[in-house]
Design a protein around this ligand. Structure first.
Ligand SMILES: [Ca+2]
Ligand SMILES: [Ca+2]
Ligand SMILES: [Ca+2]
Length: 151
């Protein structure tokens, strides 16, 4: 097997560990899904934590290691996550939600080449962070995460 495969397997494993830690803290916590980015577990997600978490995720998604994530790679990644999380609490594997998730992700493809590059992914993440961080203090609090989820 190639080195790329090995690296991908490693990062997938790292992600799995992070996810397990987040689950131990309870995904039902105030940060919800964003809890997995809270590396120092202070109950808030800083811009750095958010960027680092998403960067790790990007590496996991980029299964052929070309530095860009295609629709197929993203689809495979979410299916893998769904399987790992056992479909989650109701409708995680819902085809409509899955489609929405894919469309949402592909919206980051600003140059329209059908691939989301690391830069495009980061730009989309930065914009998303700003939209969640409504008080603009550079941290996502539990309240802000809740507001996003119930938006
Ligand atoms: Ca934190
Ligand atoms: Ca692109
Ligand atoms: Ca904030």
């Amino acid at each position: 097997m190639s080195r790329i495969f090995y690296a991908t397997a490693l990062s997938a494993m790292a992600f799995g560990l992070a996810a397990t830690a987040a689950m131990a803290q309870g995904w039902g916590g105030p940060l919800g899904m964003l809890g997995r980015y809270d590396a120092d577990s202070n109950g808030q997600v800083s811009a750095d934590e958010y960027t680092a978490g998403r960067g790790q995720q990007f590496t996991s998604m980029d299964s052929n290691g070309d530095g860009k994530v295609s629709r197929d790679e993203f689809t495979a990644y979410t299916q893998q996550m769904m399987a790992q999380w056992g479909g989650g609490n109701g409708g995680g594997g819902d085809p409509q939600r899955q489609q929405h998730r894919i469309d949402d992700f592909m919206a980051a493809d600003t140059d329209g080449d059908g691939l989301v590059s690391a830069d495009e992914y980061k730009a989309a993440g930065d914009a998303r962070f700003k939209s969640i961080d409504t008080n603009g203090d550079g941290m996502i609090s539990g309240d802000e995460a809740q507001a996003m989820m119930h938006h």
